[in-house]
Design a protein around this ligand. Structure first.
Ligand SMILES: Nc1ncnc2c1ncn2[C@@H]1O[C@H](COP(=O)(O)OP(=O)(O)O)[C@@H](O)[C@H]1O
Ligand SMILES: [Mg+2]
Length: 266
């Protein structure tokens, strides 16, 4: 079974797409002591930024998440390999129409979950959510075992209350088993706003606030503009931060798997 991680926050510009792309790239890196993970990034945002992050123009694509989600093609037909062990399932503006069409479909909140269950060859599936809380976000949350919330400023915190409410409702309705983590992005060490936000996040998320932070680093925006993940820019702060984040996420996932196996065994 794949570990499905949704990267969500109702605000735009908090580092969702950047985190999806870079977490995925580092998770797909060969490890000396274990089998290399196969990773898929699913773009749930009609802005299509996942394609762009790998220098692919998603608007030129015929088969995307839209066609796969509405059953017009098999998901594998829309998947593209971007790196070794790293594939993407891109989206484009058609997905905005898809969101409306989806409202009429049976089991509309669980379409993505059903679709991803066919893709168990992946060790990790990372879902990049759109800003806002629509049916696409709900599909992403309902498909995930882990929700990772990037938070950059106080402003980005304000929407999290609603996100938590929707999650709680989904957990009740679908009997889901999700763990919510937060990661602080655009961090500036020693800057009062960043430091006081960190304190606030610690008290809100407790041990589910990741120890890794993503510092503000211009190499990250350069990488985005050049259509490459930060893994292509070693010796940058962004590289170090995302490498550490991926390691922490993998460790936490492994711990949770172990705990849930124990519970199942009784
Ligand atoms: N840590 C960072 N330092 C500098 N720029 C960043 C950082 N994280 C993201 N960015 C840039 O900020 C912009 C918005 O990030 P993005 O991940 O697209 O946000 P979202 O998906 O939440 O809207 C992008 O141009 C990205 O390159
Ligand atoms: Mg985005």
């Amino acid at each position: 079974m794949s570990t499905v991680i949704a990267i969500a926050n109702q605000k735009g510009g908090v580092g969702k797409t950047t985190t999806a792309v870079n977490l995925a790239s580092f998770l797909a890196q060969p490890q000396s002591n274990k089998k290399t993970a196969r990773v898929l990034v699913v773009d749930c945002d009609p802005q299509g930024h996942i394609g762009r992050s790998f220098a692919i123009d998603s608007n030129a694509l015929e088969k995307t998440l839209y066609s796969a989600l509405l059953g017009r093609c098999e998901p594998v037909e829309a998947i593209r390999e971007v790196r070794a062990n790293l594939d993407i399932l891109p989206a484009n503006r058609e997905l905005a129409i898809g969101e409306i069409e989806l409202r009429e479909v049976i089991n509309r909140e669980r379409r993505l979950r059903q679709m991803l269950s066919k893709l168990s060859v992946y060790d990790y599936i990372i879902i990049d959510c759109p800003p806002g809380l629509n049916l696409l976000t709900i599909n992403a949350l309902a498909a995930a075992q882990i929700v990772l919330i990037p938070v950059s400023t106080w402003l980005a915190l304000t929407g999290i209350g609603d996100l938590a409410e929707v999650l709680a409702e989904l957990v009740r309705e679908f009997n889901l088993n999700v763990t919510i983590y937060a990661v602080q992005t655009f961090f500036r060490s020693g800057v009062r706003e960043s430091e006081s936000l960190r304190e606030r996040l610690k008290s809100d998320f407790g041990s589910n606030l990741l120890n890794s932070t993503i510092n503000l680093n211009t190499a990250i925006s350069t990488a985005t503009a050049e259509g490459r993940p930060i893994i292509d820019y070693p010796n940058t702060a962004g590289y170090v931060d995302y490498a550490r984040l991926a390691k922490e996420v993998a460790t936490r996932v492994a711990k949770e798997d172990k705990a849930s196996r124990k519970i199942r065994k009784g």
